[in-house]
Design a protein around this ligand. Structure first.
Ligand code: PXP
Length: 246
């Protein structure tokens, strides 16, 4: 059954709007865990626009599942990861002006630097995923870099405005996941996943984990975090049970 890692960045976004102490992403993470989340994801951005160093340090101490740190492959972030020791690092590209992570890593043009960062993190016992667009070339390059796993960027699939684009974007994600598994990579997915579009992906046995933030935190405003996480977990589990064997 695929795992659900709940991204709590958006709780920190609300807190930072007033630069106060509430709402606390640490509290949100703990509630998500009690509702059945299999992991917690945070993105420590270079500009610290939402998650702060303090959040990461406390999360490392209090969460009981798996902590996934999304970060840029910079020297400062690698030092932080080596100090905090999350269970997993997901390397993502980062631009200061973007609203959220806009595309996957350019693994081809950053091959050597990514390989160096991946090996430093893996040598410290941290598992590493590379966040990439669903392209066969990117998946094969990740395999050569030796990351051990990938997170497939599902943003274009999630944002598709019509049926045919959605079908073609789904096929790209689907084919990339199958290739990734065939190469022996841990295969995760994330970005823009919500209560509607998760079913199609969750039906695929290739996906070991989904990282989902915005839709869960948005829904939690109405239902509370517990209910929002439980409902996403239920959809993921039911989609797999209902999926025909391939
Ligand atoms: N995975 C990665 C690598 C991301 O950068 C993000 C956004 O921070 C997510 C997953 C979660 O995306 P969303 O908030 O749209 O669910």
């Amino acid at each position: 059954m695929s795992r659900l890692s709940v991204n709590v960045d958006h709780v920190a976004t609300v807190r930072q709007a007033r630069l106060g102490i509430e709402p606390d992403p640490v509290m949100a993470a703990m509630l998500a865990e009690t509702a059945g989340a299999d992991g917690i994801t945070v993105h420590l951005r270079e500009d610290r626009r939402h998650i702060q160093d303090r959040d990461l340090q406390i999360l490392r101490k209090v969460i009981k599942t798996r902590l996934n740190l999304e970060m840029a492959a910079t020297g400062e972030m690698v030092d932080t990861a080596l100090e905090v020791k999350p269970d997993m690092v997901t390397l993502v590209p980062e631009k200061r002006q973007e609203l959220t992570t806009e595309g996957g890593l350019d693994v081809k043009n950053n091959f050597d630097s990514l390989k160096y960062v991946v090996s430093r993190l893996m040598d410290a016992g941290i598992s590493v995923n590379l966040f990439v667009d669903p392209s066969p070339d990117a998946v094969k390059t990740c395999h050569r870099i030796g990351s051990g796993g990938i997170e497939i960027h599902t943003g274009r699939y999630a944002e598709a405005q019509n049926v045919s684009t959605r079908a073609s974007e789904f096929k790209r994600v689907h084919d990339a996941a199958i290739l990734s598994k065939r190469l022996g990579l841990k295969t995760h997915a994330g970005h823009g996943l919500d209560y509607r579009n998760i079913r199609e992906l969750a039906a695929m046995k290739e996906f070991e984990e989904f990282a989902i933030g915005f839709s869960i935190i948005a829904r939690s405003l109405y239902t509370g975090i517990h209910e929002a996480v439980r409902e996403m977990k239920r959809l993921i589990e039911e989609a797999r049970i209902a999926a025909p064997e391939r």
